[in-house]
Design a protein around this ligand. Sequence first.
Ligand code: AGP
Length: 608
Amino acid sequence: MCGIIGATSSRSVGKILIKGLHAMEYRGYDSAGVALNQDSEVFRLRSLGKVSSLEELMINNKPKAKSGIAHTRWATHGAPSEENAHPHGSHNEIYIVHNGIIENHDEIREKLKEKGYKIASETDSELIAHLIHLNKTDSSSTLEALIKTTTELKGAFSIAAISSEEKGKIYAAKQKSPLLIGKGIEENFVASDPLAIANITEKFYLLEDGDFAEITKNDIKIFNSNGEPVQREETKIDATPTSTSKGNYTHFMEKEIYEQPDALGNTINGRLGENDVLDNIFGLGSSDAFKKVKRIQFVACGTSLHAAKTARKWFEEICEVPCYIDFASEYRYRNPIVEDHTLFVTISQSGETADTLAALEYARAEKYVGIVTICNVPTSTMAREADWKIFTNAGPEIGVASTKAFTTQLAALMMLALSIAKSQDKNADKRKQATQELRETPALVDQAFSLKENISQITQNISTKHNALFLGRGMYFSIAQEGALKLKEISYIHAEAYPAGELKHGPLALVDEEIPVIALAPEDSLVEKLLSNLEEVKARGGTLYVFGNANSTIEVKKGKFINMPDCGDYNAPIIYTIPLQILAYEVACLRGTDLDQPRNLAKSVTVE
Ligand code: AGP
């Protein structure tokens, strides 16, 4: 989704800004732009498409400015176009970049038109520049005008602004959309994503909602909404260049798939004892608080939601508590009835997903035992808002398609189930088995990579199709859903997942000689049932690709049976995810899609 970077320095900032935009490309965007405080005017360049097009324009123009702001835009209001790209300006004086959504834009647009402002784009963002310009007429400073402006805005925003009259100065404002300040030597930065400036500084100030900042190359001033100075703690964020480069891999997604043994090791290391999880791994007091938990409400989006759905069985089996699972975008609109002793759990790779954050905010006012967050970004809003948390420690995930985030979320969810069961002294034998299996997971994932050759034999056929069907039962239905999501988002093949038993209630009508049917068939208590469902596919001439155990009795004549590594009941869902990730990746490669940044998608979805 949109990305903001601003820099003020004793050197020229053009390259810094372009590099920052490149580092945020993974978030998904459709246009990019830069505004530089050069000479007496602001020099602006914008282009549709990739940051490299903007970079070419920069190379041709060779700007020398020492301060400026830049942006990657993911269209919400108005089509992707050069006119709608940020930065937006007002009267060649105020220029802004904006992330988020201004909900009362119609009202503001009318007001500005009445005052004679000419609005050049279809965006809600441009209105912010004009409002600052208008408010400046009766303000003593640009900061005051910015603060006044934000009181008129409804919605979520992070803003960076410059004025042609104040060279070397950048203003910033944050409300419900991430923004941080980076501190350098004789240079300072503002960014919506630490990765944008990770190669130039490790020192950050995380702005809080309602914060404003005024930044020069030697000074960082942070204010509250009354314009009073406030202090924010200096935070060290280590996003090393190796974790944000592709290394020897062709795509970030490929690298992130093959990083999973290490990522999972980092999730569990230091958190497991001999036969159990350690106490308080979700934060001080968590083990005590978990004694009261009688039910759990999970809320998440996309892949993170699939993690909750997969893990439900662990909570029901090991903790013996019922679970409710909601799409974050739906949860608060159904006015959920919150029973006593319910724990609220959000799962999010980024920790910034707007729907999940809004659900968390709603839950805060309800009578939950407390809020747990499972997340990969320690500096995220969700991490700060939760009562208890665990970081998945997977390292930056750049590919839009979530891979290592998902498997590490599953490991973290297993540890949450174990923590609750341990606090309530339930099922010590199951806890012991699950703990041991968790420890074996990284090595088993490594073994699953050797399936690549087998998978390559089926990808050519799948890559020529328009549709695919994924089947599973029990927890493996959720893994099938994750497999279908992976395939559709990066290869653009329409893919659906069904619990195999549902096939005969409708989707069987889709099965013909053309559609590939991918089935997950671990030797669990449901495998016999699955077998008869697969017979229904065979009888219709369907092509079956089955992932199952070596001792399986499933016979596949048309299609392929792929032997999975020998895994345990608890770690198998994680291991069965791996071939589906490889399958989606290989198919997308054959189809030549832009798979790290698939069309229309964003990595971190910071709008509702
Ligand atoms: C999946 O590959 C997607 N990237 C998407 O479904 C993602 O999981 C969803 O947007 C939630 O993101 P979060 O985990 O950062 O909250």
